[in-house]
Design a protein around this ligand. Structure first.
Ligand code: T46
Length: 135
């Protein structure tokens, strides 16, 4: 499964009379091997987060509880994804500026990433990002 564009993906969901279960496997459900998982929760006063890009990191973001808006800008267009389901994720496969807004109080945003945390992979200046990756 290879996606050259950032996109919303429907996750592999198993539902029965007990409830739901989502499974995400490297190589099958993701175009990258999983190196790290982190999550964002207890958002204070609806503070926005992100405001940076990654050069190489690929990620899948899933709102497993509550809801939030994810703005993704690949240097050419900016799209907003409203995440509100544990069955759907937004897959980021290319250098992308990201901002997270409008977190609900109960929001838990799980992020599955292709690499460990590397400060050198971040771009914190939007103009610099546009200069390198914009058309
Ligand atoms: C991203 C969005 C969706 C670590 O020590 N290890 C980690 O793996 C991460 C992600 C963060 N941190 C530390 C670095 C900062 O001291 O946790 C603190 C908060 O991180 P940051 O300000 O980067 O959080 P966000 O929400 O602005 O961005 C994060 C990710 O950094 C970023 O890769 O795509 O979530």
């Amino acid at each position: 499964m290879y996606k050259s564009k950032n996109s919303l993906i429907k996750l592999n969901t198993h539902k029965d009379n007990r409830g739901g279960l989502v499974a995400i496997e490297s190589g099958k459900d993701l175009p990258f091997d999983i190196a790290r998982v982190y999550y964002i929760f207890e958002n204070k006063g609806n503070e926005a987060r992100g405001f940076h890009a990654h050069k190489n990191l690929q990620q899948l973001m899933i709102c497993v509880a509550g809801h939030c808006d994810i703005q993704l800008d690949d240097g050419n267009e900016r799209l907003t994804y409203h995440l509100n389901s544990p069955e759907v994720g937004v897959l980021i496969t290319k250098p992308t500026w990201r901002e997270m807004h409008n977190f609900s109080k109960n929001c838990v945003l799980v992020v599955i990433a292709s690499d460990v945390y590397k400060a050198a992979d971040y771009i914190h200046d939007y103009d610099e990002f546009k200069k390198v990756y914009g058309s």
